[in-house]
Design a protein around this ligand. Sequence first.
Ligand SMILES: C[S@@+](CC[C@H](N)C(=O)[O-])C[C@H]1O[C@@H](n2cnc3c(N)ncnc32)[C@H](O)[C@@H]1O
Length: 187
Amino acid sequence: MATPADEGQLINMLIKLINAKNTMEIGVYTGYSLLSTALALPHDGKILAMDVNRQYYEIGLPIIEKAGVAHKIDFREGPALPLLDELIKDESYKGAFDFIFIDADKDNYLNYHKRVIELVKVGGLIGYDNTLWFGSVAYSEDTPMLDFVKYFRTHVLEINKYLANDPRVEICQLPVGDGITLCRRIN
Ligand SMILES: C[S@@+](CC[C@H](N)C(=O)[O-])C[C@H]1O[C@@H](n2cnc3c(N)ncnc32)[C@H](O)[C@@H]1O
């Protein structure tokens, strides 16, 4: 489930290019993209990291500690949607994030977008992972697909169409890893 190395490098470079300091990640798993982010941030940079499973995070944590970047991470265990709803209630979080990476339950991407768009700053970036979904977004409806590919494909198509038409962002979809869509908030 880990983010591939090319995507980790891309995230790392993007964070440096936009001088991100305050970031968020939804879907940590064992922490590869988290480490890529943490290494790119300045010493006082922050990552609010969410995952339903702390045990996955703890597998990778010794490596993050060895890299000397664990102090940048505020890990929250639990489903991300209620955590985001709590953040949105607090005015100080609105427009507070420079970069947000979303790599968790694909059937909630649209729900995540409706919330994180308020939390990322104007000019900041949101990255949605797996937006090519094994290439299945280009298949015709009658192409044979594994059940899980078919189920999540519907949701990935939904978010892709939504992002392409959302006037609050400009997007760039890259065939890196399983596809990443970068959204720059413009208003
Ligand atoms: C594809 S993995 C993330 C990979 C990670 N970005 C990396 O680089 O290794 C997806 C993660 O999302 C988490 N997840 C699934 N549903 C979630 C939810 N509703 N809220 C938060 N995390 C969730 C899973 O526990 C899993 O660790």
